[in-house]
Design a protein around this ligand. Sequence first.
Ligand code: GLU
Length: 397
Amino acid sequence: MKLSKRSLAIKPSITLALAAKATAMRAEGIAVINFAAGELDTDTPERIKRAAIEALNRGMTKYTEVRGIAPLREAIAQKYKDEFGLEYSSDQVLVSCGGKHSLYNIFQAMLDEGDEVIIPAPYWVSYRDIVLLSGGVPRIVKGSGRDDFRLTPEGLKAALGPRTRALILNSPNNPTGVAYHREELLALSRIVEAHGCLIISDDVYEKIVYDDFEFHNIVTVNPPLKERTVIVNSMSKTYAMTGWRIGYAVGPVPLLSAAGKIQSQSTSNPTSFAQAAALEALHGPDDELKELVRGLQPRRDAIVERFNAMEGVECNRPEGAFYVFPSIRSLLGKQGKKGTIASASDLSNFLLEEAQVVAVPGEDFGSPEHIRFSYTVPMNDIHKGCDRIETALKKLG
Ligand code: GLU
């Protein structure tokens, strides 16, 4: 069957595919350890679930305003005022079916054929394909800086050109967990200031930071850039709400209105009662969030330590999110049971077969010498998984 060039230009999301594979293997009785899931291992807090149930019982089962119910948009605008002193009106907020959908709508509204979008690598797998689906040209800029994972002012300057329409910043980053410090963002902001492109700040991991790291985005460090920045955020990671599919974007009215128009002709409103749950999430106390981050930090420390103790593996210590992205460069060229380990994918397959451990190879993150491990699994499983990986790696010749 003839398929569109657009659909043929993209791949299915590998993060979702591997997380599903791990679940399927478990269902078959295979004792896999799932380091692939990009979500928390806790359930959505009770108060949030209750808000959805109450909304259903009240009959909140009909269409809502396409861009999201007014109280939710107001609460989102208020969050930015309370947390960062940034003023947005509720007209500057568009609620969509997850952060990914927000990005999709924004890029559809922004790009024409051939417009370039700068994507610093390593990058979250969907940026590249969403840009392609929107007719844009992904301009991948390899990270350098302290840990090889950061966009530097020099790298950014070299990538900006006459066709550059936008820059994506994602801090804390998926898949590396790296987060930009204030000074780093300020230096990047000086470069884009001079160019005039739009900035998409994907802040979905803003609340998951460790060791007293202070979160900033490009607007909080350089407020005049607010006029041409879209901040994308979501309920998924902060409130353990991945399945509810609620994300949002805040930014300039013309762009968000165009994105809203696209939403009105595709999904219509995000699910009505999930919006009620999101409103409760934003209003609630943040103790549960602090608790969550407190629970993740020792797991980060343990997995970083375990990887660095393995021969041939090097792992940075991320500031945030819940991923580590160890380098397996030194293991490439070694021999496994089925032949040479030539790539991160080969090593991931080897680990799946030898150690029953599922993790996401770096190729689709723009980094073929790394593998992403999500450490949102119980501490016991982190150790069990690392024991198995260590044993398996010793079998490489
Ligand atoms: N963002 C998560 C991940 O990277 C969830 C899956 C996805 O949408 O990519 O694993």
